[in-house]
Design a protein around this ligand. Structure first.
Ligand code: PGA
Length: 247
C-alpha cells in the first residue's frame, strides 16, 4: 500500500514571521500522525526558518520551484544545492501557475527534474488539463503529453505525481472523486506501461482540496494524497486535511 502524502503549497504567501507562527501552531496538531507523510512548501525566503523549526519533526520541507542549472550567471534563480542547504528535501516542479505565468514548458520541467534528482531532491511533478481541454475531451491526451515530455529519460525513483486540473485550482471547484480517480488511473496506466515501479509511485490530487472533501477523495483507490493551496494556509484547516487523509 502507498502511504498517504499531504503537501501544502503556500504559493506567494507568508513572511518569515507568519511561517513561524503557522509552524508553531501546526506542529502540536499533527505530532501524533505517523501514517501520513506531511510536507510544507513555503516561499523560498521562509525555507531556512522553517527548516530549523521542523528539524526532528514528522513534517518535511519542500520548495515550490528550482532552476535547472547548478550555478552561474542566472540572476534571481535558485539551484537544487541551495535548496538542500536551506533544509529542503522536496521540490514542486511544473505547477500550472509556473507553466501559465512563467512559460514553463515540458522541456524546461524535464530539465528541472533531472537537475533536482541528480542533486538528491525528491520531486512533486504537477500535471493537469485546462477547462477547455477537458471540455474538448482531451484530458488523457494532455496528461500523456505532459508525462512523456516531463519524464523523458527519468525513472520514477524519488518522483511523486500531482494531478491538478487547472480549472479546479483556487476556484472552489473540486474535481469529483470519480473524475480524480479516473485521471489518476490513467496516469498510473501510462506509468506502468512506460516505467518500472509505477505501483509504488504516489499520485496526489490538487485543486480546491478542503478538510470537508479530503475523506471522500482519499476513499478512491488511486488517490494517494493531496497537494493543497488555499486550505493549507491555516494550521487547523491543513491539520484537518492531514488527519482526513488517513486511509
Ligand atoms: P488550491 O491550490 O488548493 O488553492 O486549489 C492547489 C494547488 O495549486 O496546488
Amino acid at each position: 500500500m502507498r502511504k498517504p502524502f499531504i503537501s501544502a503549497n503556500w504559493k506567494m504567501n507568508k513572511t518569515i514571521e507568519e511561517t513561524g507562527e503557522f509552524i508553531n501552531s501546526f506542529l502540536p496538531m499533527v505530532k501524533d500522525v505517523t501514517d501520513v507523510d506531511i510536507l510544507i512548501a513555503p516561499p523560498v525566503t521562509s525555507l531556512q526558518a522553517a527548516a530549523s523549526l521542523l528539524k526532528a519533526t514528522n513534517v518535511k520541507l519542500g520548495a515550490q520551484n528550482v532552476f535547472y542549472e547548478e550555478k552561474g550567471a542566472f540572476t534571481g534563480e535558485i539551484s537544487p544545492g541551495m535548496l538542500l542547504s536551506a533544509g529542503c528535501s522536496y521540490v514542486i516542479i511544473g505547477h500550472s501557475e509556473r507553466r501559465q505565468y512563467f512559460m514553463e514548458t515540458d522541456e524546461i520541467v524535464n530539465k528541472k527534474i533531472k537537475t533536482a534528482r541528480k542533486n538528491g531532491l525528491e520531486v512533486i511533478l504537477c500535471i493537469g488539463e485546462s477547462l477547455k481541454e477537458r471540455e474538448e475531451n482531451k484530458t488523457f491526451e494532455v496528461l500523456e503529453r505532459q508525462l512523456t515530455g516531463s519524464l523523458k529519460d527519468i525513472s520514477l525513483e524519488g518522483i511523486t505525481i500531482a494531478y491538478e486540473p487547472i480549472w479546479a485550482i483556487g476556484t472552489g471547484k473540486t474535481a469529483t472523486k470519480e473524475q480524480a480517480n479516473e485521471a489518476h488511473a490513467h496516469i498510473r496506466e501510462w506509468l506502468n506501461k512506460n516505467r518500472k515501479g509505477a505501483d509504488k509511485t504516489r499520485i496526489l490530487y490538487g485543486g480546491s482540496v478542503t478538510p470537508e472533501n479530503i475523506k471522500s477523495l482519499m476513499a478512491e483507490p488511486e488517490v494517494d494524497g493531496a497537494l493543497v493551496g488555499g486550505a493549507s494556509l491555516k494550521p487547523d484547516s491543513f491539520a484537518g486535511i492531514v488527519k482526513g487523509a488517513r486511509k
